[in-house]
Design a protein around this ligand. Structure first.
Ligand SMILES: [Zn+2]
Length: 243
């Protein structure tokens, strides 16, 4: 995870979701790396929670229309963020996923997942990136009467020269390739009907959120497959994780 808090922030007059250049390039990389959806968390700047410093994936099973995070991987990711001194609102409120086509309209299951998993947070955001540069960002508030607002998406290219001084792009790209290989695993379409959403595992074993009594809102975050048919079944570029 690469945070560069010293970089100046753009200050748009109206609220918008802003990606730091490397975070934007990284989610674009994942969006185009294979013919599946890919999910992850947006890491917010400490100074501006709508400024995404990084996009981070966790180990997950994917199809062209579904994503399922590994429970342990989510727990490890949250642990890492806490160890780095991040506050929960910096790493657990912005749910990003990609669509391997032009549409960025949330599916009915996207909507149900967002409501169920993030509805208890005082605020949360669903972001979707498609392959034609279209984006979808919706900020939701649970406090008071609640409410939702669509936000435009912006990339803070003004700081790009600073990033290019501070980082070696080849090194970043290699890191993204390794992260993709480690985390993104294609689920055979034939098993799609057998998938249980996180939180409904048939094993009866403790779930990852049982280990997070320190922040109740984290207990509610789960991730469920998104909707769609299974007419396309891409080849798995990455070997399956060890059981
Ligand atoms: Zn979706």
């Amino acid at each position: 995870m690469k945070l560069l808090p010293s970089i100046p922030r753009s200050n748009p007059e109206s609220p918008c979701l802003t990606f730091a250049p490397l975070a934007w390039l990284k989610i674009q990389f994942f969006c185009h790396a294979g013919d599946t959806e890919i999910g992850g968390f947006g890491i917010s700047s400490e100074q501006n929670l709508l400024y995404i410093e990084d996009f981070v994936t966790v180990r997950q099973r994917v199809t062209p229309f579904t994503v399922q995070f590994d429970d342990e991987a989510v727990a490890d990711f949250f642990d890492q963020c806490v160890d780095q001194g991040l506050r929960p609102e910096q790493f657990s409120r912005i749910w990003c996923h990609t669509h391997p086509g032009a549409s960025v309209t949330p599916s009915s299951i996207d909507e149900a997942t967002f409501a169920r998993c993030f509805g208890c947070c005082d605020w949360s955001l669903m972001f979707i990136l498609g392959r034609t540069a279209r984006t979808y960002a919706r900020l939701a508030f649970a406090a008071g009467p609640g409410g939702q607002i669509a936000l435009p998406t912006h990339v803070d290219w003004s700081v790009w020269p600073e990033f290019t001084k501070a980082t070696l792009i080849d090194h970043e790209l290699e890191g993204w390739r390794k992260e993709h290989a480690a985390n993104i695993h294609i689920r055979p379409a034939s098993l799609g009907d057998l998938v249980l959403p996180i939180g409904q595992a048939a094993t009866g074993e403790a779930e990852w959120w049982d280990g997070f009594p320190w922040h109740p809102e984290l207990d509610a975050i789960t991730y469920k497959p998104t909707n769609g048919d299974s007419s396309r079944e891409p080849a798995d570029r990455n070997p399956a994780p060890r059981a």
